[in-house]
Write a new protein. Structure first.
Length: 257
């Protein structure tokens, strides 16, 4: 049973959208005394999200060219967005829009504004030599995988990024150290050889050998071991390269086949 709140769904959806379409750093900050998360390209902020307990405020600044795009498309936006746009003054750096979002329906208009603000620029890893796990994720982009052509140099870089993203910069138990567990594929039971991973167990219970053959795929069970990366609005600093290397490979549908 799915017990996620509507706000949790908003949080997950905006992170999937931003990470899947854009190569941007994620930088925590403050809007007065309110925690916020900024998506930045260098020193330029593309989107800022102010984090409240009951809602999010999305802040987008539209420059001259972006205002022209909006005005050409304004009939495609809800009346609330059109009215907000008309009310806000145009300052020297553009028109500042602060949009309250409580549900997925109101998020859709924000996503369209983001697309006006910046054209998507993310290109996924090439799939030419891709190796897929039974859950559909990319083994060849996993630091634990030994069954492909992953180089030790690439593995070392991935380990640094895994520690920074998942362990807050400190490998507290040597999990990604010299004794890091290695895996040569799902056919041997996955990372922990004492039992199949939850995805494989679920697949077997549904009478299939891999998640992608299941009638319920994709679903929450078809996940890699790093479920802590379930997309959500956070207040951690994560670089664009971290997102590319150690987040997107484990997100459903991002680098899947």
């Amino acid at each position: 049973m799915n017990n996620r709140t509507e706000l949790e769904k908003v949080s997950e959806e905006i992170m999937r959208f931003m990470r899947g379409k854009y190569v941007l750093d994620e930088v925590p900050g403050k809007y007065y005394d309110i925690d916020c998360l900024k998506f930045r390209q260098g020193k330029k902020t593309i989107l800022s999200i102010n984090i409240h307990e009951t809602h999010y405020d999305f802040q987008i600044i539209l420059g001259k060219a972006e205002r022209e795009k909006f005005e050409a498309q304004r009939s495609d936006f809800p009346k609330e967005i059109q009215d907000l746009y008309d009310r806000e003054r145009t300052l020297h750096d553009g028109k500042w829009l602060l949009i309250r979002v409580e549900d997925l329906a109101s998020l859709e208009a924000v996503k369209q504004l983001i697309l006006i603000k910046k054209k998507p620029n993310r290109k996924p890893f090439p799939k030419k030599q891709a190796v897929y796990a039974s859950c559909g994720h990319r083994c060849d982009l996993c630091a634990h995988y030994t069954g492909g052509t992953i180089s030790e140099e690439f593995r070392a870089e991935l380990k640094k990024r895994l520690i920074r993203v998942y362990a807050g910069g400190a490998d507290d138990g040597g999990y990604w150290g010299d004794d890091m567990k290695l895996c040569d594929g799902c056919h041997t039971g996955g990372l922990d050889k004492s039992f199949n991973c939850d995805s494989l167990k679920c697949a077997a219970e549904n009478g299939v050998t891999k998640c992608q053959n299941c009638h319920t795929y994709p679903c929450d069970q078809a996940r890699h071991m790093y479920q802590g990366l379930k997309p959500k609005i956070h207040t951690n600093t994560i670089t664009a390269d971290d997102v590319t290397c150690v987040i997107l490979p484990y997100v459903d549908g991002q680098y899947g086949n």
